[in-house]
Design a protein around this ligand. Structure first.
Ligand SMILES: Cc1ncc(C[n+]2csc(CCOP(=O)(O)OP(=O)(O)O)c2C)c(N)n1
Ligand SMILES: [Mg+2]
Length: 330
């Protein structure tokens, strides 16, 4: 069975009324990660960091359909997923800088953004390991008789991990309210999808588990939001899980240590022209050239937010060494 391709609605139909809001949501993630790059080059970030620049429409589209009480799990490439949940930027910066005001007290860093109070119940460094957690959150929601949903973001590489298959199977047979969001950014660590995966459309794998598998343009915020809305609605209505394969592209290498030399220049050029922020801005100014002012204002406002959040994080002290065993259970 071929997965459904769901091309509409799309930005081709015109910019949505709340374009300025959607733009701000995506720019917040983009500019947060620009700032992280700056901190990284100054040696202020320990360890590595995995940027999601280029993939912002996926997380903003899905998060727009979640509400308090819903759960969200994501990967080490999870800054965008977490920020889209409305998690404060100063706590995100502080976490990356290893400061005590960080989301988890500065003990987790870039790969462990977590804020359970906003549904962000965990980023995960082990490929695919968070999918059973999303299923557990879905089972909890069902068991408690709520209409809460659970959303899981994961990469194309994760679809070759056993936990992916077990999670889809269990979620489907128990009709759990889970939305599986596959961010197909065309590459695993350094391998193109075709080198590791013998099927063309990964969403086709949903058929094995009797659930809808939808393939969408993950860089089109309107398409992404509409598709997420449908999947979340199915979950809330007790109709079970959905797999959404969002086609997208990461702007940089896998992590800070990867210059991504393995990517053909024409491929990079193609995807940069389809950058999700550029696509939205183009749609906004196509019918109304004066929208450029709105775009500039949103950019300036988000720049200000980023600056003050970073200042607050830099003012936060390092964690007290006496607390190093706090939250360690063994
Ligand atoms: C179980 C496991 N195997 C291997 C790794 C090493 N590793 C880290 S990221 C990654 C690639 C995953 O690619 P994908 O799922 O497409 O996510 P992306 O990084 O593209 O967002 C690999 C192999 C790991 N962290 N966990
Ligand atoms: Mg990938």
């Amino acid at each position: 069975m071929n997965p459904d391709y769901r091309p509409s609605p799309s930005l081709g139909d015109g910019a949505p009324e709340d374009s300025a809001h959607l733009l701000a949501e995506m720019m917040r993630i983009r500019k947060f990660e620009d700032a992280i790059l700056g901190l990284f080059s100054k040696g202020l970030v320990r360890g590595s960091t995995h940027l999601c620049q280029g993939q912002e429409a996926v997380t903003v589209g899905v998060a727009s359909q979640l509400r308090p009480g819903d759960a969200m799990v994501c990967t080490y490439r999870g800054h965008g997923a977490t920020i889209a949940q409305g998690v404060p930027l100063d706590a995100c910066f502080a976490e990356i800088l290893g400061r005590s005001a960080g989301l988890v007290g500065g003990r987790g860093g870039s790969m462990h953004f977590t804020d359970a109070s906003r549904g962000a119940i965990g980023s995960n460094g082990i490929v695919g390991a968070h999918l059973p957690i999303a299923v557990g959150a879905g089972l909890s929601a069902q068991y408690r008789g709520t209409d809460e949903v659970s959303a899981a973001y994961f990469g194309d590489g994760a679809t070759n991990i056993g936990a992916f298959h077990e999670s889809l199977n269990l979620a489907s047979i128990w009709k759990l309210p889970v939305v599986f969001v596959l961010e197909n950014n065309q590459y695993g660590e350094y391998s193109p999808v075709a080198a590791t995966t013998p099927v063309e459309r990964l969403s086709g794998r949903a058929a094995s588990y009797g659930m809808p598998g939808w393939f969408v343009d993950g860089n089109d915020i309107v398409t992404m939001r509409a598709t997420a809305a449908e999947a979340v609605e199915r979950a809330r209505a007790g109709e079970g899980p959905t797999l959404i394969e969002a086609d997208t592209y990461r702007h940089s290498g896998h992590s800070r240590s990867d210059p991504a030399k393995y990517r053909p220049a024409d491929e990079v050029e193609h995807w940069f022209a389809r950058d999700p922020i550029t696509l939205l801005e183009r749609a906004m100014t196509r019918d109304d050239p004066s929208a450029q002012q709105v775009i500039d204002d949103v950019g300036a406002r988000v720049d200000g937010e980023i600056r003050s959040a970073l200042d607050a994080a830099l003012a936060s002290p390092e964690p007290d060494p006496a607390e190093r065993f706090l939250d360690v259970y063994a």
